[in-house]
Design a protein around this ligand. Structure first.
Ligand SMILES: Cc1ncc(C[n+]2csc(CCOP(=O)(O)OP(=O)(O)O)c2C)c(N)n1
Length: 556
C-alpha cells in the first residue's frame, strides 16, 4: 500500500484522517465521555469533518442514511456505546435493508473490561456482535496502527460489492493510544465483480427474442439510470418500480410504470429482467414456462432467494446493463415500437388511480412546487402510499423510501441528512402526525444547523393506517390508534422554524413555494381526515402459473 509514516498519531486521529481521505466532510454525531478523545482529535484537526449534532442518537444514523441515499456516497455517524449505539439500531437496520453505505462509529467501554460483564458505564453484552448483525462488516479498533487498517477496511467494504452499512467500535482508552503509524492516504476504490460474459450473452439472446419484455428495478439500479433508460428504449420494454426503484427511469418517460401497471402487463410478459431488486412482489403474480426470468444483482446471495431465475447475472447494475447493451448492439435486431401502447397503459392507469383524487390533488401541488432535482422523502403515511403511484419522480435519488423496512419515524431525520449533504437541493418530507412525532425533537437540530427541510405534516390525529386496518378487519373496532397531538404550528414556532397551516392543495402551493425559496427549516401542518384506501392497488392477485412461496400475504 502507498503509505506515509505518521509520527506519534493516535487511533482517533488516524481514523479521522482516513475518513477525510475517503471524501467525508460531515459527521452526524452525539458525543459523550467515551468518545471525548475522538472529538478532541477532530477539533484539534480543525474540524475537517463538520460535526452535526442531533438531539437523539437515532437521528445521527438517520441523517447519515439520508445523506447516503441522496448522494449515493458513504456517510458516517458517531455515538457513545451501549444505549447510544442501541439507539441507532433501527436506522442501521433500515440502512442495511436499503443497502446504504453508512459508517457507524461507536465508542466502547475501557478496553480491558469489554466482555467481562461487570456493569461498567454503558456496557452491553457483545456490542460488536450486534453491530455485525446489522452491517456487512464491523471491526474493533485495537490501537493506532489497527485504526488505520480497520478504518481503511471499512471504506473498502462500504464501496465494494453490494453497498451497505459497516461498523467500527473503539474502547474508551484506545482512541488516545498513539504510535508511529503507516497510513494509506489514497481513497478506497469501488471493486465490482468480473462480468460473466456467458450469462450476459444468454440474457441478451433471451431479451433480443422477446416480444413483451419487462424491466423491474429496485434500489440497486439507482446508479444505473442512464443504462436502464437505454435498455428500455433498446428493447421497447416498460420499466416498473414500486418504492426504491422510483426515479431510475424518469417518471415523464411513457415507459416508466408503477406497480399496478406491471400487474396489468404481467399476463403476457415473455421475459422479465430484474435489476437491483428482490423481485419479490411480482412473484405474487405467478410464473409459468412461457416466462423467462433474468436476475441481475451484485449480491449473489440475493439471487434465487425469492425466485429462481433462468439466467443469473452477478454484476454491478450499471456495468451489467452496459454489457447487455453492447451485446444487444452486436447481435442486432429491432423490436416493434411500443410507445403508443405505453401511453395508452399510462392513461388507463390514471383512470384507475382516479379513486385517489384527494391524495392526487396534494401530490400534484407538491410536484408542481418541488424543483426538477428536488428530493421527496416518503414516511409511512396516507399521502406517501399514494405518492408511490402518483408522484412522478424525475431522476435517481430524488425519492427516498424506507423500502421493505417500513420504518415509521425515519422521515424527518432522514430528510435532514439528505439536505445537510445536498444543501443546494430542495428537500421536502411527507409525514403523518404519528411518524413526525418520532423525531420531533430534531426540529432543534434543523434550526441549530440551519438545515432547510420542509416538513409537511398531514395531521389526522391518529395512527391512521393502523386505525383504518383495525376498522375494516374488526367490524369498526379500534384500539390504541387515536392520538392527542400538540399544536404543530406553535410547537415548530417555539423551535424557531418557519410555519404555516394550510387546508387545501391550492393553499399548499404558495406556502411550499415560499418555504422552498426561504431555504430555512420549515413545517407546514395540513389537517386532514381519512383518505380513500390505496391498498387495493398494491395487493394484486396471481395472474398466471404458480406464485413464489414468498407471497406478501404469507402462507395460507
Ligand atoms: C417503527 C414502526 N413502528 C410501527 C409501525 C406500524 N405503523 C405503520 S403506519 C403507522 C401509523 C402511522 O401514522 P401516521 O404517521 O400518523 O400516518 P397516517 O397513517 O395517520 O397517515 C404505524 C404505527 C411502523 N411501520 N414502524
Amino acid at each position: 500500500m502507498p503509505a506515509t509514516n505518521l509520527a506519534q498519531t493516535n487511533a482517533a486521529e488516524v481514523t479521522i484522517k482516513t475518513m477525510v481521505a475517503n471524501g467525508l466532510d460531515q459527521l452526524y454525531c452525539l458525543p459523550g465521555v467515551q468518545n471525548d478523545d475522538f472529538f478532541d482529535a477532530l477539533v484539534r484537526a480543525g474540524n475537517p469533518l463538520k460535526p452535526i449534532h442531533t438531539r437523539h442518537e437515532q437521528a445521527t444514523a438517520y441523517m447519515a442514511l439520508g445523506a447516503a441515499l441522496a448522494t449515493g456516497k458513504p456517510q458516517a455517524y458517531c455515538v457513545v456505546p451501549g444505549p447510544g449505539f442501541l439507539n441507532t439500531t433501527t436506522p442501521l437496520a433500515t440502512a442495511q435493508s436499503l443497502c446504504a453505505p453508512v459508517l457507524a462509529i461507536s465508542g466502547q467501554i475501557y478496553e480491558q473490561y469489554i466482555g467481562k460483564g461487570i456493569g461498567f458505564l454503558h456496557e452491553i453484552p457483545d456490542q460488536l456482535g450486534i453491530m455485525r448483525t446489522l452491517t456487512k462488516w464491523a471491526g474493533h479498533i485495537e490501537g493506532p496502527q489497527d485504526a488505520a487498517a480497520k478504518s481503511r477496511a471499512a471504506f473498502d467494504q462500504l464501496l465494494s460489492g453490494v453497498p451497505g452499512p459497516v461498523g467500527l467500535e473503539c474502547g474508551w482508552n484506545m482512541w488516545r493510544s498513539a504510535a508511529e503509524v503507516a497510513f494509506d492516504d489514497t481513497p478506497a476504490v469501488r471493486r465490482t465483480p468480473p462480468l460473466d460474459l456467458d450469462a450476459i450473452k444468454a440474457a441478451a439472446k433471451a431479451l433480443a427474442g422477446a416480444k413483451r419484455p419487462i424491466i423491474l428495478v429496485g434500489g440497486g439500479a439507482q446508479d444505473a439510470s442512464a443504462e436502464v433508460t437505454r435498455l428500455s428504449a433498446r428493447l421497447q420494454a416498460p420499466v416498473v418500480a414500486y418504492r426504491t426503484g422510483q426515479g431510475v427511469l424518469d417518471g415523464r418517460n411513457p415507459f416508466m410504470h408503477r406497480f399496478p401497471a406491471g400487474h396489468t402487463l404481467w399476463k403476457d410478459v415473455d421475459v422479465v429482467i430484474g435489476i437491483g431488486t428482490r423481485i419479490q412482489h411480482v412473484m405474487d403474480w405467478g410464473r409459468d414456462d412461457a416466462m423467462k426470468i433474468i436476475h441481475l444483482d451484485i449480491d449473489p446471495a440475493r439471487i434465487g432467494r425469492t425466485c429462481t431465475p433462468d439466467i443469473a447475472i452477478v454484476a454491478d447494475a450499471a456495468e451489467g446493463v452496459a454489457a447487455l447493451l453492447n451485446e444487444l448492439d452486436r447481435t442486432g435486431g429491432k423490436p416493434a415500437d411500443r410507445a403508443d401502447e405505453m401511453k395508452t397503459l399510462r392513461a388507463q392507469m390514471d383512470g384507475e388511480f382516479a379513486r385517489l383524487a384527494p391524495q392526487k390533488a396534494w401530490i400534484d401541488a407538491i410536484r408542481a412546487e418541488l424543483p426538477e432535482d428536488g428530493i421527496l422523502i416518503e414516511e409511512l403515511t396516507q399521502i406517501s402510499y399514494a405518492s408511490r403511484l402518483l408522484y412522478p419522480v424525475y431522476g435517481p435519488r430524488t425519492y427516498l423510501s424506507t423500502g421493505y423496512q417500513g420504518t415509521l419515524g425515519w422521515g424527518y431525520p432522514t430528510a435532514l441528512g439528505a439536505k445537510a449533504a445536498m444543501p443546494d437541493r430542495a428537500v421536502v418530507a411527507l409525514h403523518g402526525d404519528g411518524g413526525f412525532m418520532f423525531g420531533v425533537q430534531e426540529m432543534a437540530t434543523a434550526v441549530a444547523h440551519n438545515i432547510g427541510v420542509v416538513a409537511l405534516v398531514f395531521n389526522d390525529n391518529a395512527y391512521g393506517n393502523v386505525k383504518r386496518i383495525q376498522q375494516s378487519n374488526y367490524e369498526g373496532r379500534t384500539v390504541a390508534s387515536d392520538l392527542v397531538n400538540p399544536d404543530f404550528v406553535r410547537l415548530a414556532e417555539s423551535f424557531g422554524m418557519r410555519t404555516e397551516r394550510v387546508t387545501t392543495p391550492e393553499a399548499l402551493r404558495p406556502a411550499l413555494k415560499a418555504a422552498i425559496k426561504a431555504n430555512a427549516p420549515a413545517l407546514i401542518e395540513i389537517p386532514v381526515g381519512q383518505f380513500p384506501d390505496p391498498w387495493s392497488f398494491f395487493f394484486r392477485k396471481k395472474v398466471r402459473g404458480t406464485s413464489s412461496n414468498w407471497s406478501m400475504k404469507g402462507p395460507d
